[in-house]
Design a protein around this ligand. Structure first.
Ligand SMILES: Cc1ncc(COP(=O)(O)O)c(C=O)c1O
Length: 432
């Protein structure tokens, strides 16, 4: 019935996750509620690591892109699974460090890191700082010099790959705010400037071509383009860059019709491309890093809401209102993202009612899904939205002064609180 192994329907006809009855979870922890299945997260981490061992002799490491979902409990799970961590802000870095994540396994991203964030990364001793522009490079070089440090850096390159995905999440092409462009010669010029910066050591090249990508070919193309560029750098400067970071972006199921590729097929194809390019250019095989975010936590998560008012507008549509909305999941409002929605207490029944799921904010665009099929709703039912583990909590806001929901982790029929629900007191904590 579900593509996610962690979901099922019990004898009461209720949706379960990680063996826990979602109706019980809603009762115990309240709604809206994010629920994450820990086993799914750990299995995804292990599948990525295994694919490196199988196809690349283990000469690589997945770095979890924590922008997908960053809180202390998730950082600890990722740490226990032996992955690295990618952070893009002082806040993500702070959370990871507070969780005890080893700084040398953290990569610091961001297209406009502030001097304070750069300083924080330097003080923590992060494994790499991923340079996005020359202004940042100069600031970092100076800062490192003042501290008497030599800093390992990576450089984000736009490989010019057009991944077939939503326009807003395409980042590998020239017209992007991220990184240095390859086609224009900007990237090579920047590499030379980094090599001339006496307090920086160029360890890695990085690219990320987009998100929610189902095809393998764009990743293979990106790997080839980057290998060609590494060969060009070696020819021009003599430097053999030791590591290649191919970013994240692997697609997941939002709908049953979605067809993500198994991680293994991705790694197999990319490893082959790298091997061939290394032989063609007679350059060493680089250490490979990838940065999956969504594909580690996305399918592990669901959000539970209580249904309030139901407004049936004849010949128009049926609005089914919930006690959350764009404040806990802005992805439909931002990119019209598709989701699978069902009534958790009627999960065993047929979905024969066309509903538009409306949030509680003062915005007409505050919808979770438009004209989707669910079981016949009644006030007080618990609605479940699937695949909300990535870019939901991490994109949540307090618009309309709505407190952010709690996160509960489930595993083998046990549930534990990972993030407390915000209170009204939390909302005014910083008000003077
Ligand atoms: C540099 C970088 N790495 C990794 C990711 C993670 O992408 P995903 O969650 O689609 O795997 C992103 C997402 O925007 C990114 O910008």
């Amino acid at each position: 019935m579900f593509v996610m192994d962690c979901l099922s329907v019990n004898e009461k006809g209720h949706l379960t996750i990680g063996g826990c009855d979602t109706i019980q979870l809603a009762k115990e922890y309240g709604t809206p509620l994010y629920v994450m299945d820990e086993t799914t997260i750990r299995n995804a981490c292990r599948a990525y690591k295994r694919s490196f061992e199988k196809h690349y002799a283990g000469k690589g490491l997945p770095f979890y892109a924590s922008k997908a979902l960053n809180c202390k409990a998730i950082c600890r799970i990722i740490m226990e699974e032996g992955l690295g961590l990618d952070v893009v802000s002082g806040g993500e870095l702070y959370t990871a460090l507070q969780a005890g994540f080893p700084a040398n396994k953290i990569h610091m991203h961001g297209n406009n890191k502030t001097p304070a964030e750069l300083r924080m990364a330097l003080d923590a001793g992060v494994g790499r700082i991923v340079l996005d522009n020359l202004f940042e490079m100069e600031t970092l070089n100076q800062m490192a010099g003042n501290l008497g440090k030599k800093v390992a850096v990576s450089m984000r390159v736009k490989p010019g790959i057009d991944a077939h995905t939503h326009e807003f999440i395409r980042t590998g092409q020239i017209d992007s705010k991220f990184g240095f462009a390859l086609e224009t010669g900007e990237a090579l010029q920047a590499v030379k400037q980094v090599l001339a910066a006496e307090n920086l050591t160029l360890k890695e090249l990085h690219c990320h071509i987009g998100s929610q990508i189902f095809e393998i070919e764009p990743f293979v193309q990106a790997a080839k383009v980057m290998m060609d560029f590494m060969a060009e750098i070696r020819k021009e400067t003599g430097l053999a860059i030791e590591s290649l970071n191919l970013g994240g972006g692997f697609g997941i199921h939002y709908l049953t019709s979605d067809q993500p590729q198994p991680y293994d097929r991705y790694m197999e194809a990319v490893s082959l491309a790298i091997r061939e390019k290394a032989a063609e250019h007679d350059v060493p095989m680089p250490f490979i890093c990838i940065e999956p975010g969504r594909s580690i936590v996305g399918e592990a998560g669901i959000t539970l809401y209580e249904i309030g008012g139901i407004k049936e507008i004849p010949n128009v549509r049926n609005y089914v209102s919930i006690d959350g909305g764009m404040t806990d999941n802005p992805r439909f409002a931002l990119y019209q993202s598709a989701y699978t929605v069902l009534i958790a207490d009627k999960a065993g029944q047929r979905a024969d009612y066309q509903a538009t799921i409306a949030g509680k904010c003062c915005e007409s665009g505050d919808l979770i899904q438009k004209d989707t099929m669910i079981q016949t709703p009644e006030v007080g039912d618990i609605l479940a939205v699937l695949s909300t583990g990535a870019y939901n909590y991490s994109m949540a806001s307090n618009y309309n002064r709505i407190p952010r929901p709690a996160i509960v982790l489930v595993r083998d029929r046990e549930a534990r609180l990972a993030v407390r629900r915000e209170s009204y007191e939390d909302l005014i904590r910083n008000d003077l």
